[in-house]
Design a protein around this ligand. Structure first.
Ligand code: ZN
Length: 361
């Protein structure tokens, strides 16, 4: 499968373009260029999401989505010592960003680097750092600038309302793991781009006419809130939640039967499971207990549409996330199967193919 190196490469590239919800123009522009290159027509919706059209063999319209926006933060105020108080964008525990390098993006277009830390970051100076509650009030951004006062920081042009993005720390290991923040949901964006590349390279046409939404406000709840009215089915591709008693892992595609927004469409979900069985795709059916998706947004936005949700398992989601190329591959396979372009001979397991190819050389 020649598209996996492409998927990993484009994933690394888009992951390294900061895009907390509300600050997605740059990454969207990069994705638009990619879609243009692959030769599919696309337009931006009014709130900045990218809608790609793929002609199918039938007029039946299947919507797909993956979200480009990520967790991040916003400057709340400049503290008297020149550090920054901030509020989260999206849902995460402060512990999961403590120690992260970050960037502050000012409204005037400047970028400053910094580190997210508690207000008592040094164990040599503060006796209670283990006990300190990691609340918004107790966290700050330390800027890599010689600032001592609020005025010093304000003079740099930094102030309330500026966006903060987290260093993703992308690593692709020799064992096939991808460790990075924001695999939720840029991993799925990369899988869809890989799928578009496959259509482009092979000239295959999906059964359904596709309307693919690269959404940009999922983490704050309204990414897929509006879909083209002709959309009959909507398949959101987003990370599979892992851990606890859930059955998925980083090497499988999760099929979500129910999340916080309720059960997904019975027939669509069954069909995804049947296709996974038919093609020998490694899948896991799960409920995601604390989770919403672009499909949830589509339903609560009032769209009359059947919805389902799949995606590669992502460990430690909204924290130091990790997935595996096998998980991306199974997601790709299930997407290709659902759209009727999957050939039986494409192998189930990507990483095994790669190993055997390497062995043949
Ligand atoms: Zn997500």
């Amino acid at each position: 499968m020649s598209d996996m190196p492409y998927i990993v490469k484009i994933l690394e590239e888009i992951i390294n373009i900061p895009s907390p919800s509300g600050y997605t123009k740059r990454v969207m522009e990069r994705i638009r260029r990619e879609v243009d290159m692959l030769g599919f027509p696309c337009t931006f919706n009014r709130k900045g999401g990218l809608m790609v059209s793929v002609a199918g063999k039938t007029e039946r319209v299947l919507g797909l989505s993956a979200h480009v926006d990520t967790l991040g933060a916003m400057v709340r105020s400049v503290r008297p010592d020149g550090t920054l108080a901030f509020v989260p964008i999206g849902g995460f525990a402060m512990q999961s960003v403590e120690g992260s390098y970050c960037k502050v993006h000012t409204r005037a277009g400047q970028e400053f680097t910094g580190t997210i830390e508690t207000i008592t970051p040094s164990i040599h100076t503060f006796p209670d750092i283990r006990k300190l509650e990691r609340t918004e009030e107790n966290m700050r951004v330390r800027l890599d600038e010689r600032v001592r006062t609020k005025e010093d920081t304000e003079e740099l042009g930094i102030g309330p309302g500026d966006f903060i993005s987290f260093d993703p720390k992308f690593v692709y290991t020799e064992t096939g793991f991808i460790k990075s923040r924001h695999l939720d949901d840029k991993a799925s964006v990369a899988v869809i781009l890989g799928f578009l590349k496959y259509l482009h390279d092979t000239g295959k046409q999906p059964e359904q006419t596709l309307r693919i939404l690269f959404s940009n406000y999922e983490e704050v709840g309204h990414g897929g809130s509006f879909l083209p009215p002709e959309t009959e089915e909507f398949l959101a591709i987003d990370m599979g939640a892992l851990g606890g008693d859930l059955s998925g892992d980083e090497y499988h595609v999760s099929v979500c039967a129910k999340d916080t927004s309720g059960p997904y469409d019975f027939d669509m979900t069954n069909r995804l499971i049947d296709l996974a069985k038919e093609y020998g795709i490694d899948y896991a059916v799960d409920i995601f207990p604390y989770y919403k998706s672009d499909a949830s947004a589509a339903l609560s936005g009032g769209n009359d549409v059947r919805c389902a949700l799949i995606g590669q398992g992502v460990a430690a989601s909204h924290g130091q996330e990790r997935t595996h190329v096998d998980g991306l591959w199974q997601t790709w396979l299930l997407l290709a199967a659902y759209t009727g372009v999957l050939e039986k001979e494409l192998s189930r397991r990507y990483f095994k193919i790669q190993e055997s190819e390497a062995g043949e050389k």
